[in-house]
Write a protein that binds this ligand. Structure first.
Ligand SMILES: Nc1nc2c(ncn2[C@@H]2O[C@H](COP(=O)(O)OP(=O)(O)OP(=O)(O)O)[C@@H](O)[C@H]2O)c(=O)[nH]1
Length: 324
């Protein structure tokens, strides 16, 4: 029996995983892709995935905890294995702070899974401008790079040629076996990537043998762990103009703490969701899909960072709430 190819997409926060996944899906049309999203936090950013070509999207929601992912993933794979004739490939997009080793293990060590699915590559997106900083701060960033078969250096538009050369040699030092491509907006040669073979179990073990690490739980405020994530909901629209000041403040004052914000909000008298996100540098607001007449126009933002105080951010954002 032909096994279904599986591709794992990793990469630190905001590196361009979803952008690349969309490119992948478009390039492989008319193939049908089964997508497993391991989103961190409760918000699936509005309209994030290309719909044509996606057979099914399943959320593997274990907050930010990669350690407990294996069971949830096994359940998903068990169901997916009943209908492999409905899709051509399975792609798992991990959260930006996941250590992918537990996900890789499921494919390499579980006989029932291995019978149906074939892990073909672990693809890691690397943010050209941020990777050096992330590597200093987060073990997960290192492990994502070390465990990859393919490293995609994304956002080269944000760096100079010298910066890029430095990043390339940094990656070479961490994972000399990986195939490296550089590019922007998630556009990379899919055919070449698909030719790159699977990671060898031996090289995974070297990393898995390290002492266990720990993450913050999904909604935690306890700062004893490294990475915190929480979701704030807004029952009313927000005034984007006044909010802008606080967004700038977050970028400048909390730069070292706030790793990623993403979600959508409602603004008064505007028919569409406004998608709001930052990956450390500036906040970007883009147009989302329209609110339906029966929607209650509730906005949601996921915050991921180090030692974040939920209440402080809630207070900051709630100041900009206006009547419906
Ligand atoms: N300047 C620039 N921005 C990019 C590029 N690729 C993606 N982006 C933007 O970077 C932001 C994050 O991209 P995503 O694809 O959502 O990143 P992600 O890795 O899926 O994010 P998380 O799942 O939150 O970790 C989005 O606003 C993208 O539009 C690029 O090559 N250059």
């Amino acid at each position: 029996m032909k096994r279904t190819p599986v591709h794992i997409i990793t990469g630190f926060l905001g590196s361009g995983k979803t952008t690349f996944l969309n490119h992948f899906i478009r390039e492989r049309l008319p193939e049908r892709i089964f997508v497993v999203e391991n989103e961190c936090g409760a918000v699936n950013v509005d309209g994030a995935l290309v719909i044509d070509g996606v057979e099914e999207v399943v959320e593997l929601s274990a907050g930010c905890l990669c350690c407990s992912l294996a069971d949830g993933l096994l359940d998903i794979l068990r169901e997916a294995s009943q209908k492999t004739d409905e899709y051509d490939r399975l792609i798992i997009e991990t959260t930006g702070i996941a250590d992918p080793s537990s996900i890789i293990q499921v494919f390499l060590e579980n006989a029932a899974v291995e019978k149906v699915f074939e892990l073909q590559q672990v693809i890691s997106l690397v943010d050209a401008g941020q990777v050096e900083g992330w590597l200093k701060e987060a073990d997960e960033a290192l492990r994502q790079i070390a465990l990859a078969d393919v490293l995609l250096i994304n956002k080269v538009d944000m760096v100079t040629a010298n910066d890029l050369a430095r990043v390339e040699s940094l990656l070479e030092g961490i994972n000399p076996n990986a195939v490296v491509h550089s590019g922007e907006k998630g556009v990379f040669p899919i055919e070449d990537i698909l030719q790159t073979g699977t990671i060898k179990p031996a090289s995974v073990e070297k990393i898995i043998d390290k002492p266990p690490h720990f993450h913050e739980t999904a909604e935690g405020e306890n700062n004893s762990h490294k990475i915190t994530s929480f979701t704030i909901s807004f029952p009313h629209p927000l005034n984007l103009e006044s909010l802008q000041l606080d967004l700038n403040r977050i970028v400048h004052l909390y730069r070292d703490q706030v790793y990623r914000v993403k979600g959508f909000i409602a603004i008064p008298n505007y028919p569409n969701r406004v998608i709001l996100q930052s990956a450390r540098s500036a906040f970007v607001a883009t147009d989302g899909t329209p609110w339906e007449p029966n929607d209650n126009r509730e906005g949601k933002l996921v915050f991921i960072g180090r030692g974040l105080q939920r209440k402080a951010f809630e207070k900051m954002f709630n100041r900009h709430m206006v009547d419906k």
